[in-house]
Design a protein around this ligand. Structure first.
Ligand code: HEC
Length: 137
């Protein structure tokens, strides 16, 4: 009986964990965005548009989907090196958006390359909102 209880508790703790970190990151970007934009609410639709929008900053990588594919829940492929990339959406079992420093590093790098500037907190919040709908959360 005790063993069943323990494994039940372990399951209860580990199951929602994969979606928890991205949710927290979303909340903190949204809080940052609402300091500049009163009443800001993250939008999955704006996030989807941001993800797919083609820009002219870099010829070989017009949008985020260039490497992360049109479906962010699917594995991606680096357009230059050909290396495979884990799905950008925090799908079950992934470590996506679990490490703030890593996330910031890649936002900085990819936003500069693709958008031609750093992304705002509002854009990051919208994107995460969109990615979480893809993760089934
Ligand atoms: C040239 C290919 C390429 C393009 C284009 C690209 N990315 Fe990435 N992205 C990568 C690679 C490579 C990684 C790091 C490897 C990994 O985490 O799987 C990464 C990781 C990330 C991460 C880190 C996620 C985490 O685990 O915390 C974020 C956020 C991200 N990309 C956002 C974007 C956004 C937003 C765009 C469009 C503005 C974009 N990427 C366009 C290649 C790309």
């Amino acid at each position: 009986m005790q063993r069943i209880l323990v494994s039940f508790l372990t399951l209860a703790v580990t199951l929602p964990a994969f979606a928890e970190a991205p949710q927290q990151m979303l909340a903190s970007y949204a809080a940052e965005a609402s300091r500049d934009q009163r009443g800001f609410a993250p939008s999955a639709e704006r996030g989807r548009q941001f993800y797919l929008e083609k820009r002219g900053a870099a010829e070989k990588m017009p949008n985020c989907a260039t490497c992360h594919t049109e479906d962010p829940a699917a594995p991606g492929k680096h357009v230059i090196t050909g290396k495979s990339i884990e799905p950008l959406a925090p799908v079950a079992g992934s470590a996506r958006f679990g490490d703030g420093a890593k996330t910031e590093k890649w936002f900085r790098r990819n936003c500069k390359e693709v958008v031609g500037r750093e992304c705002s907190a509002a854009e990051k919040a919208d994107l995460l909102r969109y990615l979480l709908t893809k993760a089934g959360a």
